[in-house]
Design a protein around this ligand. Structure first.
Ligand code: RB5
Length: 152
């Protein structure tokens, strides 16, 4: 894990994943990493885009090197977070995808579906995702080529 990530990561969720986000904050703190919690802070209905904006915005601006976002399925958060420059958000529900999203895609936001996965799996996904380095090389060339995509 890089030194910036070790210091602190930013997390956020909508109401649908509030319970899991709370458990994740405690888990991350228990492994010695600081957590900036961008909300939501209760189960009142919210718009996931607001939290995507807080977390993906902070990663996009370089204020945090890594973030975690959750909503019910993780799909809305994925769509919203990947609109931000420099953000590579990966929706993962299995360990291999979490690992490969780091090795091949240098993902800097992990997205989880709070209504789809349990807390033990979530913790394992996070551990894997935090501990796996980017492989660079040909994968870096491919990531850089994404930046050359022209908008229609
Ligand atoms: C909220 O009901 C739900 O739509 C949201 O959490 C998320 O799953 C959207 O993609």
């Amino acid at each position: 894990m890089d030194t910036e990530t070790k210091k602190s990561i930013i997390i956020g969720s909508d109401h649908a994943a509030f319970q899991l986000k709370e458990k994740i904050r405690t888990f991350i703190e228990s492994i010695g990493i600081g957590v900036q919690d961008a909300g939501t802070f209760n189960e009142s209905s919210t718009n996931y885009v607001d939290y995507a904006q807080k977390v993906a915005g902070a990663v996009s601006r370089g204020e945090f090197s890594r973030g975690i976002l959750l909503c019910g399925t993780g799909i809305g958060m994925s769509i919203a977070a990947n609109r931000f420059p420099n953000v590579r958000a990966a929706l993962c529900s299995d360990i291999l995808s979490a690992r490969l999203s780091r090795q091949h895609n240098n993902s800097n936001i992990l997205i989880l579906g709070g209504r789809l996965i349990g807390d033990v799996l979530a913790f394992e996904l996070i551990k894997t995702w935090l501990d796996t380095p980017f492989e660079g090389g040909r994968h870096l060339d491919r990531l850089l080529s994404i930046e050359t995509i022209t908008k229609i």
